[in-house]
Design a protein around this ligand. Structure first.
Ligand code: BG6
Length: 495
């Protein structure tokens, strides 16, 4: 049985992030972010972080720290260097197109729009005493434009970027001082935009720290001790931000955001099922801390076993307990299969598992599993009973621009239809409290994992390629009109 009813006030929209969409790299007094020194890559070539030694002039690059240590020579700092291409510098140029883009979202009928704050646009070095007024004004204009069309902004405070100054000077989130710098940013945001923004999320995919510490926390170390400590600092920062919002912007709702994965066991071999349990610990550690306000025992035991010595200040546990979130935002792209005997082969941008023979995958190996979304929604709802918001979901695909300028992306429509049906089932058949859906990259933007443009998620096409060529012109794909109808019918018309 399928029932496609959605609540009257369901928040249909789309999602983006400054580091992949905004561009305006050095404009309006913006400083550098960690994403500004990330090169492009591809499905087979990893993105790299560039550095320069200011004394010798020597330059070079290092990996992003997936499983291996990053290597930045003594005396060098992360920086933009000649001869490299950095896709975030222009990205798909929201900075100069925001009016046009928001008008397109309004044409689709968006009720909400997810974007992130470019931290170095507000605090160019991260530790500046005063914020940059031009940056503050930019987001005022963006929010005004949204509100003009009745579009509710959903704002991620930090999405895969840390001001580069905080990485070069303090080592990113490894240093406790960064908690205060982040709260300086929150103070500006909650004060300036208190009448314009109701929904905030403190960190994008906070659990990415465990896999991609540079992206998640501006770290140039990837050992377990550093990642655990940096994650602790983000927990404290998030909990303090929740408390700050209560004081400065009482109507605000501050949520968390996690990359959510459902893990299936390959067989009923108990060893596979044990891996499923470990997958659940992996998936729920961050939500447990931010929704229940304390570290779960399984994680404390794991830290103890692995000799991880978390440095906490005396009030930290109380801060965590008093700063739990109002809702859970999560990304859902695919599911993973755990096997005790086979090596991982199939995955997403930061996760991997063995191939699921029952599922199709896209060209990047991301398996398509709408049913897994219903399972994810039920699991999160049963565990926390907090409002849920799918703030990312979508299919990365190499679209074809036809000669007449049209883009026929029926594969994307099929993907979204399947996932929306699962959402409806979770609401109507299982009683899950799902409040919104913002598919990822509602307009084409740069891939976080590969730095490519060819891996497109958008319902709006942007003329830009992997080498930075293209007019940046926007075009409506077939999915644009399809989603417009979905929103107009509040999810009842999916064909
Ligand atoms: C999520 C991120 O992991 O997945 C986004 O929050 C990212 O920033 C999205 O873009 C899709 O991943 P990718 O690697 O295809 O861009």
């Amino acid at each position: 049985m399928n029932s496609h009813k959605f609540p009257e006030d369901f928040l249909w929209g789309g999602a983006t992030a400054a580091n992949q969409y905004e561009g305006g790299y050095r404009e309006g007094g913006k400083g550098l972010n960690t994403s500004d020194v990330l090169t492009n890559g591809s499905h087979t070539v990893a993105r790299r972080i560039t550095w320069r030694n200011p004394d010798t002039g020597e330059t070079g690059s290092t990996g992003m720290g997936f499983g291996a240590q990053m290597e930045v020579p003594e005396g060098a700092v992360l920086d933009v260097i000649d001869g490299e291409y950095y896709p975030s510098h222009v990205a798909t140029d929201f900075y100069h197109h925001y009016k046009e883009d928001i008008a397109l979202f309004a044409e689709q009928g968006f009720k909400c729009f997810r974007l992130s704050i470019n931290w170095a646009r507000i605090f160019p070095n991260g530790d500046d005493e005063r914020p940059n007024q031009v940056g503050i004004d930019f987001y005022h204009s963006v929010f005004d434009e949204c509100l003009k069309y009745g579009i509710e902004p959903l704002v991620t405070i930090s999405h895969y970027e840390t001001p580069l100054g905080l990485t070069n000077k303090y080592g990113g989130w490894l240093d406790r001082k960064v908690v205060d710098f982040y709260l300086n940013l929150c103070r500006v945001l909650f004060t300036e935009y208190r009448d314009k923004v109701k929904y905030w999320m403190t960190f994008n995919e906070i659990n990415i720290m465990g896999m991609a510490p540079y992206m998640g926390g501006g770290l140039i170390k990837s050992d377990e001790q550093s990642k655990a400590q940096a994650a602790h600092h983000q927990f404290v920062a998030s909990a303090k931000a929740v408390q700050l919002a209560r004081e400065l912007s009482p109507n605000a709702k501050v949520g968390m955001m996690v990359a959510y994965g459902v893990t299936y066991g390959e067989t009923c071999n108990p060893a596979d099922q044990l891996m499923v349990m470990e997958g659940s610990h992996w998936a729920h550690f961050y939500t447990d801390v931010q929704c229940r306000g304390k570290y779960p025992n399984y994680k404390l035991k794991e830290y103890e076993r692995n000799g991880i010595d978390l440095q906490m200040e005396k009030d930290d546990l109380e801060i965590l307990a008093n700063g739990t979130v109002a809702f859970i935002g999560f990304s859902y792209y695919s599911t993973h299969v755990a096997s005790a005997v086979k090596a991982a082969e199939q995955g997403g941008n930061f996760m991997a598992g063995v191939k699921n023979p029952y599922l199709e995958a896209n060209a990047w190996g991301w398996q398509i599993d709408p049913t897994g979304l219903r399972i994810a929604l039920n699991t999160l709802w049963e565990r926390y009973e907090l409002p849920l918001w799918i703030v990312e979901n979508g299919l990365g695909f190499e679209d074809v621009l036809e000669e007449d300028g049209s883009i026929h992306d029926d594969y994307r429509i099929a993907y979204m239809k399947g996932h929306i049906e699962s959402m409806a089932d979770a609401i109507n058949l299982d009683g899950v409290n799902l409040i919104g859906y913002t598919p990822w990259g509602c307009i084409d933007l740069v891939s976080a994992g590969t730095g490519e443009m060819r891996k497109r998620y958008g319902m709006i096409y942007v003329d830009r390629d992997d080498s930075g060529q293209g007019s940046l012109e926007r075009r409506r794909k077939d999915s644009f009109y399809w989603y417009q109808k979905v929103i107009q019918s509040n999810g009842t018309e999916l064909d």
